[in-house]
Design a binder for this molecule. Structure first.
Ligand SMILES: *[C@@H]1O[C@H](CO)[C@@H](O)[C@H](O)[C@H]1NC(C)=O
Ligand SMILES: *[C@@H]1O[C@H](CO)[C@@H](O)[C@H](O)[C@H]1NC(C)=O
Ligand SMILES: *[C@@H]1O[C@H](CO)[C@@H](O)[C@H](O)[C@H]1NC(C)=O
Ligand SMILES: *[C@@H]1O[C@H](CO)[C@@H](O)[C@H](O)[C@H]1NC(C)=O
Ligand SMILES: CC(=O)N[C@H]1CO[C@H](CO)[C@@H](O)[C@@H]1O
Length: 782
């Protein structure tokens, strides 16, 4: 029920604007051909990527896959890579297969963990065919490309990575110690938060569903509270079964849980077990009608947007709905202040099986559970040097009240982005905070399960709570649909590193030239990375002394921004292109705006009078252009295609339509097929073409309208209707598609020059005074 309401709500808002459509779609080929992206897919076929560590200090990218580790140099000139083969220990693969596991997808060493260990080594851990193992990888000092491992020096990796390569897992390495959230046994039942390595004894959570109930760990991060390192806390982001949801069976909630980095457990109780573990619910919901919120409960990914203040990163999280009714996604942003407030608030409490959950109102023992032993907790005469000094009452309370009563709400109490019923899923997020002319913008890069990355900004309009989301670009990073499993951002290199089972792509955050060569186009793009510098659309550099810097992210209004710039430059089309159609047949005037967010209108000019094209059953405006289902002589004229975006109108094409008479056509079809076909051929490199479905169909469209040629061909087919389909196909077949004919035409071309001449004469006679002739093209070009 709720789902339906939300869908209706979302559909209504989405159709009201065209903003959910990406302003620019770039194909795999586009990205490669413009050097926007490059792909690494390993040296032995599929990489089966399972972990990534972007080392900005060493300028290297480390990858872990199935039985393999890679080191890639990221220098501007080099693309050198080194690899280490790292299979399971002898016998372990066979043993794994004997227990009934899959040889290919389970009984190998899937590297799940790559963390910087010290100045020369990384820590790497893999599943080792269901026998986790870890090793130190020598990566050398900065500036040298060392990549070696001592295969005999391998340690047990139990508690450091899960046994099963498909099980969720989160880790962070800090102060020589490794924090992990995982299932630590063969059967995958022992869900636990671990701390291992370093000098101290291993710590873990007690096995208790109150603490962790079938958790799925997504991320772990150390975030300091203040300048006192004793207050450092490690935060875990996970989903788990929500015991407090009570009657609703199987309810899942997203949690943020934390432990003190200096927790060493209790002295008599909770020995080597966390004594500071507390957790709170992370809420991400959309207010619905009648006060019923729609909740996005399933956490997909978390990104910490770190700022100068290391204690207060902004936390971006992607959520999905768990609903059979519809699939929705939302991005919520959390502030550390709100998180700390929830942990400082009341504990959740349930008196007994027959009672409701509520806030604990009794006396909370001192030091308050969840607080670290530090100067703050010390009172005169009561010093707590470590958690071992905590009174038993504190430890007991901590064990019985791990959950906070108040949830953590997102900033502004609502998502910054909501998407419903997409044909794909949102999986990964990274965020870059960008300085622009009119303020600061958080640019979100969102990875999907179909190998694409969306580049999105969320704008707040004025003082209202409403956010407007603008999808700047949709990048098809991988050739085939594949789920994106990791994303890292290098602000230093202005690049994204996008991981999927198929490989890793290095993608530039922006390529301003893509938006076009006019001030208006640059402005309409609303990309905070780009600004008009007086002559081109170029990367925006804050604080630069350049005189011309035109950017308007908030409104994207080129009329204001580009008023003294040459708006018409490269945009307004001065030359008419001639398009021929035949009487009583269908014809198509193609015109696709660079931005799908623009709306197109058509004018027709006859005898210096311009008027809007009358649309009806016979003349239809489609997404790809103007379709005449049955052309009449009166349709002749100059057709002007104009696009409007953010109140800014520009002319995209001027197409002079000439209608050929029946006898001319018959003559041409019979005797001079090649001559006429040439008239239809595309000579421009832009996106404005006369009707040439088959050649477009086989060659693919121009860069800004990938995949659309195919659909518009289908579109025409659909519009013309199945009864006319044989006719269209026949037409197409005869004019463009038949390879045999083409070859024949090529050879006939010379012989037919004479016939061509006479056909032209016939045509200019029948089309009156106009003296335009079809352009001559030498031959078919593929
Ligand atoms: C892409 O990079 C290659 C090699 O660096 C260069 O030759 C080529 O011109 C670049 N192409 C574009 C479109 O920038
Ligand atoms: C880093 O750790 C490895 C493994 O313990 C050790 O062999 C190496 O000497 C250490 N390097 C430094 C610089 O401490
Ligand atoms: C604008 O562009 C047109 C055509 O390119 C040119 O003739 C005109 O001088 C330009 N105006 C300015 C102000 O640059
Ligand atoms: C087009 O249709 C009209 C009316 O049906 C007819 O008079 C005319 O001869 C047709 N022209 C051709 C070339 O088929
Ligand atoms: C050039 C072309 O395809 N002409 C066709 C127009 O339609 C008539 C029938 O309506 C066909 O006979 C022509 O071949």
């Amino acid at each position: 029920m709720k789902g339906f309401i939300l869908v209706a709500l979302l559909v209504a808002t989405v159709s009201a604007t065209k903003l959910n459509i990406p302003r620019l779609r770039l194909s795999y080929k586009d990205l490669l051909s413009t050097n926007r992206s490059s792909i690494f897919s390993g040296h032995h076929g599929q990489l089966s990527l399972t972990s990534v560590f972007l080392d900005e200090y060493r300028d290297r990218l480390f990858l872990g896959g199935k039985d393999i580790l890679y080191s890639l140099l990221l220098g501007p000139t080099s693309s050198e890579s080194k690899e280490i083969y790292w299979p399971p220990l002898p016998g372990n693969r066979e043993e794994c297969i004997q227990t009934g596991k899959e040889p290919q997808t389970e009984c190998a060493n899937f590297v799940r963990l790559l963390q910087p260990y010290n100045r020369t080594h990384l820590l790497a851990c893999g599943t080792g065919a269901f026998q986790p193992m870890c090793a130190f990888i020598n990566v050398g000092h900065r500036g040298e490309h060392v990549f070696t491992m001592d295969p005999t020096n391998v340690e047990n990796g139990r508690g450091k990575v899960p046994h099963d390569p498909s099980y969720p897992f989160a880790s962070t390495f800090s102060g020589g110690e490794l924090y992990t959230g995982l299932t630590a046994d063969f059967l995958g039942r022992d869900s636990v938060i671990f701390r291992s390595m370093g000098g101290r004894s291993t710590m873990r959570t007690e096995t208790d569903q109150k603490l962790l109930h079938d958790p799925k760990f997504i991320a772990a991060h150390l975030i300091p509270d203040n300048d006192d390192r004793d207050n450092d806390k490690v935060y875990f982001f996970f989903t788990e079964k929500a015991t407090e949801a009570g009657d609703r069976e199987g309810a899942i909630h997203t949690r943020i849980g934390r432990v003190c980095a200096n927790d060493v457990g209790g002295q008599r109780v909770l020995v080597n077990k966390w004594s500071t573990f507390v957790k709170a619910r992370l809420v991400c919901s959309v207010p619905g009608p009648h006060g019923i919120d729609t909740h996005f409960n399933q956490l997909e990914d978390v990104f910490l947007l770190r700022t100068k203040d290391e204690r207060n990163p902004d936390i971006y999280a992607i959520f999905s709905t768990i609903s059979n009714v519809f699939q929705g996604f939302a991005v919520c942003v959390y502030r550390m202040a709100d998180i700390r407030e929830a942990f400082n608030g009341p504990f959740a409490h349930k008196e007994g099986p027959d009672y409701q959950w509520g806030a604990y109102e009794g006396r909370v023992p001192y030091p308050r559970p969840g607080v670290c032993p530090s100067k703050i907790t010390n009172q005169p005469g009561r010093e707590f040097g470590s958690t071992k000094d905590f009174p038993d009452s504190v430890l007991q309370f901590a064990g019985s009240h791990p959950l906070m009563w108040r949830p953590v709400f997102p900033a502004l109490r609502q998502p910054v982005l909501v998407k419903a019923n997409l044909p794909y899923k949102l999986k990964q997020i990274v965020v870059d905070r960008v300085e622009a002319e009119d303020g600061q913008y958080d640019v979100m890069f969102i990875g999907t399960d179909v190998g694409t990355v969306l580049k999105v900004i969320a704008l707040h309009s004025g003082n209202s709570l409403e956010t407007e989301e603008v999808t700047l670009e949709e990048l098809q990073v991988f050739k085939v649909p594949t789920p994106i499993t990791s994303m890292d951002i290098s602000v230093k290199r202005q690049a994204l590193y996008v991981g999927s089972p198929a490989g890793v792509a290095q993608v530039k955050l922006h390529r301003c030239e893509t938006y076009g060569n006019a001030c208006a186009e640059c402005c309409l793009a609303r990309d905070p990375y780009c600004a008009w510098d007086g002559s081109v659309c170029a990367p925006y550099t804050p604080n630069s002394k350049r005189r011309y810097r035109r950017q308007d992210i908030r409104h994207g209004n080129p009329v204001l921004q580009c008023v003294d710039q040459n708006l018409s430059e490269d945009l307004d089309v001065t030359e008419d292109r001639v398009v021929y159609g035949t009487e009583n047949n269908s014809t198509f005037l193609e015109c696709v705006p660079r931005s799908p967010q623009a709306t197109v209108s058509w004018l027709v000019q006859r005898d210096d009078r311009k008027e809007e094209v009358k649309l009806d059953d016979r003349v239809m405006s489609t997404e790809q252009g103007l379709l005449f289902r049955r052309l009449s002589r009166q349709d002749e004229g100059v057709y002007i295609c104009r696009s409007t975006e953010h109140g800014f109108t520009q002319t995209l094409a001027r197409l002079s339509l000439e209608v050929l008479q029946g006898d001319t056509v018959d003559e041409l079809m019979a005797r001079d097929n090649a001559g006429l076909s040439d008239a239809y051929k595309d000579r421009s490199t832009g996106s404005y073409r006369a009707w040439m479905p088959c050649s477009t169909y086989s060659r693919g469209g121009s860069s800004s309208q990938i995949g659309q040629s195919r659909t518009w061909f289908k579109d025409i087919m659909q519009l013309i209707g199945p009864s006319n389909l044989p006719h269209v196909e026949e037409y197409c077949e005869r004019m463009w598609c038949n390879d045999k004919l083409r070859r024949k035409h090529k050879s006939m071309l010379e012989k037919n020059r004479q016939a061509q001449e006479s056909a032209r004469k016939a045509r200019s006679k029948s089309s009156g005074e106009r003296n335009r002739t079809p352009r001559d093209l030498s031959a078919w070009e593929e």
